[in-house]
Design a protein around this ligand. Sequence first.
Ligand SMILES: Cc1cc2nc3c(=O)[nH]c(=O)nc-3n(C[C@H](O)[C@H](O)[C@H](O)COP(=O)(O)O)c2cc1C
Length: 408
Amino acid sequence: MTKQFNKNIILGISGGIAAYKSANLVRALIKAGANVRVCMTDAATKFITPLTFQALSGNPVHTDLLDSHAEAAMGHIELARWADSIIIAPASADIMARLAHGMANDLLSTLCLATEAPLYLAPAMNRVMWENAATQANLHLLLQRDIQILGPDDGEQACGEIGTGRMLEPDEILARLLHSESEQIKQQPLHGKHVLLTAGPTREAIDPVRYISNRSSGKMGYSIAIAARDLGAKVTVISGPVSISAPQKIDIIKVESAAQMYAATLAAAKYADIFVATAAVSDYSTKEFFSKKIKKSDENFQLVLQQNADILSDTSHQFTDLFTVGFAAETHDLITYARNKLERKKLDMIVANPVGEGKGFDQDTNQLEIIWADGQLSLPEKNKQTLAYELMDIIVEQYFKKQKTHSD
Ligand SMILES: Cc1cc2nc3c(=O)[nH]c(=O)nc-3n(C[C@H](O)[C@H](O)[C@H](O)COP(=O)(O)O)c2cc1C
């Protein structure tokens, strides 16, 4: 079978008689190309041993929440972030109840609460348990939260009854997962694409305690990174020092100086399809770094600055296939400067935003003028995340237009 499912999957197994079937599900997922990590409830380990799943998945099986060794190896939050999808098969009536009520009293339920990945449940239980009003009410709650329910199937049950409650066969679970993922991909135009961003300010050291920097908070860059991720892209942010916490499923490479940002960006650009340079990179750095703290002496003190290499221009000239978007933060003559920068730096698009007088830097809102070779669009003042989604839609449109022109 060709690889179809290049994803990190957590397979949750709860305590039901169908747990033995999940051994085949692990094999089917791996055969389809997935990286699988298995998480078992305490009850599940009474039905089938973790060793079986360790051998089949090639990874240690996760069972305990409050185990310092397991936490040190791959903590529950790390595991929750690692997953592209979580599938619980079989899903017992008990785990459905716990998830419906937001409980986090073992590793599997905690992972489900701590992840942003889509969650799939393949219920398996006795027909009467399934039909019970409590289970049906829990099912209703889960469906309301966009948790996807695969099955259950009808037919003969392990308990001898005939009715609804059998777990779907592993091949059927896999087929439904693949279908659901391909539906999601249709809404994710950047699936399979890599978006590289720079964000935040840089710091140019003067001496061990002082530096030259600017007011950039990194909010706009991080918001665009989130929008690109939500459109299905793999996202890498080369980030200057900011106080924003890292969003899930975005690779952050932390740097301080313009020189470090330059090196990290050019190294990452060869793997990227789209580059959005939102960082406020210092144009100059000190010619000399004072290794000891400068003491107050003369009334006047002169610092000699030298120009830094131009990250945006060098990246766009070196990687001509890369769709390159620059940002221009200006206090005046916004459009004139932006157009000039678009041509001079050989960019595909430039996003100009006014700064100063309480605008732009370190604010939650922004307004953007988006300019490309044969178009221009104004986005009036809004919060940065809303603007980021709108901007990414325009980038996607122009990116695919450029791709099409190249392939014609
Ligand atoms: C032999 C046996 C088979 C069971 N099969 C199921 C089952 O198929 N589905 C189910 O929901 N519960 C089943 N149970 C009950 C669960 O194991 C029990 O509710 C347990 O608390 C589930 O815990 P968990 O959800 O943390 O895995 C079974 C219990 C036993 C003793």
